[in-house]
Design a protein around this ligand. Structure first.
Ligand code: PLP
Length: 225
């Protein structure tokens, strides 16, 4: 980690949905301390987990910048409202940077975010839909022969290794869009090196759309065998 100023980690992650446990976060925090590098924990998918709870970096260290937003669990994508937890001795520096980029979050977004914090029942209803979608998609991908999948612990993504099918995930995603009418994301959007062997599937949609999309994917991959 020599020469590193900072490390950004997201857990649950995009594109994989994979989560870090407390031990892994502690090890990263310790490595950053030794390297004198800042640790930035992007916790935007917290609250969207399946078999276990996401651990916050603040549970293992106070020496961390935690970034969060209303875009995911609170379903307020596009409203541009989020928050940061900053080590007390860095608050002033972050305030100086922030006030040069924006004055404040839009008032309407702030009012909505406040209201969203009282919508637990509705928001947890979304989690039930994601959980069902995840099962439908994982079952469908297995039937389609896509079984090399990163642990889909949280968020609403499945990241699948398609190296047995192609060296060009971008072309494969274009083929899927043209033939099956399903939009999937080539791994290249996230990883310029290994991304040409991976596809990301998002299941942040209604149950009907995910069931239909999955059925189309199964037919597409079966026809290609
Ligand atoms: C890991 C991660 N961080 C941050 C963001 C940005 O979210 P926003 O700018 O909507 O708050 C995203 C959006 O997909 C994300 O996946």
């Amino acid at each position: 980690m020599a020469g590193l100023d900072g490390l950004i980690v997201a857990s649950p992650a995009n594109p994989t949905g994979t989560m870090l446990d407390a031990g892994e976060l502690r090890a990263l925090s310790e490595a950053c301390r030794v390297a004198d590098a800042a640790l930035i924990s992007d916790e935007i998918y917290h609250g969207i987990g399946y078999d276990r709870r996401a651990v916050s970096a603040l549970e293992v260290t106070d020496d961390v910048y935690v970034v969060n937003s209303f875009s995911k669990y609170f379903s307020m994508t596009g409203w541009r409202v989020g928050w940061m937890v900053v080590p007390p001795d860095h608050v002033r520096q972050v305030e100086r940077l922030a006030q040069n980029m924006f004055i404040c979050a839009p008032h309407a977004s702030q009012a909505l975010a406040l209201a969203a914090m009282d919508c637990t029942e509705e928001l947890n209803g979304h989690l039930d839909v994601y959980a069902r979608n995840r099962t439908v998609l994982l079952d469908g991908l297995a039937r389609a022969g896509l079984t090399r999948i990163a642990p889909a612990d949280g968020a609403f993504y499945v990241y699948a290794d398609v190296s047995h099918l192609t060296d060009d995930a971008l072309a494969l995603s274009q083929e899927i869009l043209a033939d099956a009418g399903v939009a999937v994301t080539p791994g290249l959007d996230f990883d310029p090196h290994a991304g040409h062997h991976w596809l990301r599937f998002s299941y942040a949609q209604g149950a009907e759309a995910i069931a239909e999309g999955t059925a189309r994917l199964v037919r597409f991959f079966e026809a290609r065998r």
